[in-house]
Design a protein around this ligand. Sequence first.
Ligand SMILES: [Zn+2]
Length: 508
Amino acid sequence: MVNGNIITLEAGLGRAELVAVREDRILHVGGREDLDNLKDRNTRIIDCHGKTVLPGFNDAHCHFFAFAESLIGCSFMPQEVHSISDIQKKIQRFSKGLPPGTWIKARAYDGFYLSEKRHPTRWDLDRATSIHPVKLTHSSGNAHVLNSLAMVTVGISNETPEPPGAIIERELSTGEPNGILYGMGPYLSKVVPSFNTLDYNTGVKEAGKKLLCFGVTSIQDASSQNDMNRWKLLKHWKNTGDLKCKVKMMLGYEAFESYQKRDFSHNRKRDQLDIRGVKIILNETTGRLYPAQSELNEMVLRIHKAGLQVAIHAIEEPAIEAACTAIAYALEGFSRKDHRHRIEHCSVCPPRLSKRLASLDIMVCTQPSFIYYSGDRYLRTVPDSKLRHIYPIASLMKSGILVIGGSDCPVVPPNPLPGIYAAVSRKSKTEEEILPKEGISPLEALRMYTEYGARANFEERIKGTLAPGKQADLVVLSADPTSIPTEEIKDIQIEMTIIDGEVVWEDS
Ligand SMILES: [Zn+2]
């Protein structure tokens, strides 16, 4: 590639005009004058016409399976539905012609953006269909609504006790569940049948393509349901070419418990697929942490002793505190340098906790895109005491914490640019500012989605910056995020995506 505005992000290399690739590796980074010495008859020369070239984006926290499902199910994103009656109409249309008993699964509703300002109930959904079981997933993924038939099908009745850490919302007068469920995702994923293979493959193909067109060359799947089965599926899609992105999969804790090393033997180079770490959900739904501190300590210790990385989902102060305590407990028993344990989200984090995270050398994987997509909701629903410490990215970085970027897709789209924009501007889609003092420089924001993501995977030697010997994963952008007006960063287009030296996506 020549005539590029190449941002290498590599210390000592800075910017360059040319990057040469041989097979799947970067051979050379330098000036345009180096071209004559490098090219031969078979060299493909890509003229970048001054466009910006970066290392491929690394989405350090996403949910590929749910993303694929979101592309084939019914979607209730705020721009698509404005009221519960919109939801009912959409389900009615979707259910037409479906054999009775077929599950309807819909994603991404958010009561805040509905005119009724509430969750739909089972009775609202019954009005749309009573012959198909319906499962609605909240945009956060942490709440679900089932219609009456779905409730019966999965076996939730007046007598059903709450699973630990979950809430079955009930009518005050009768105790009858109203269909709204909190923290029951893991339970539902076991009892609600998955999509049929044909539909699923369509979703997977589309999801794989979407990642490439957003310039994402590596992902980390952070789903707590991840197990051997999912591992095999990912492997299958890598082989069919439907999933071209490089993938690291975190294991869910249950799968880790039955984890045996020999089950995961594979050809890394061919599959570009690896198990990296174990995900623990620290559930704050009921106001009490689940798992409780002592159990969490032992879980983290077991993962730590197995030599793996721990990634703990913790959103608010008590959960982040408990996660720190558990990691400290593991480190006290078995000290290990460079453990790279992670907190996922770390959404409300006051300075006192930042200091504790830094002292334990814990990384934070957070979602700047949430500021862009949901910032207006935070301003109206999050109390001031928490809003003061919401996604404090600059403060976390100043404390010496490595802060990594992830989309949490399908909660929001896996396009890193609105995230990079929000990390810099601290602005929502509606152009409202959320804690502007926590803004960072465009270059730091780019590192969150490249270099730091690679570090979180122990891959800094092979990925994350553009330097000789590293894997040739690159993106070409329509503009330079470090020099254009901040407002324009979110609209930057990806013009080309390259994985291992192969052009896998091109804007036509
Ligand atoms: Zn997530």
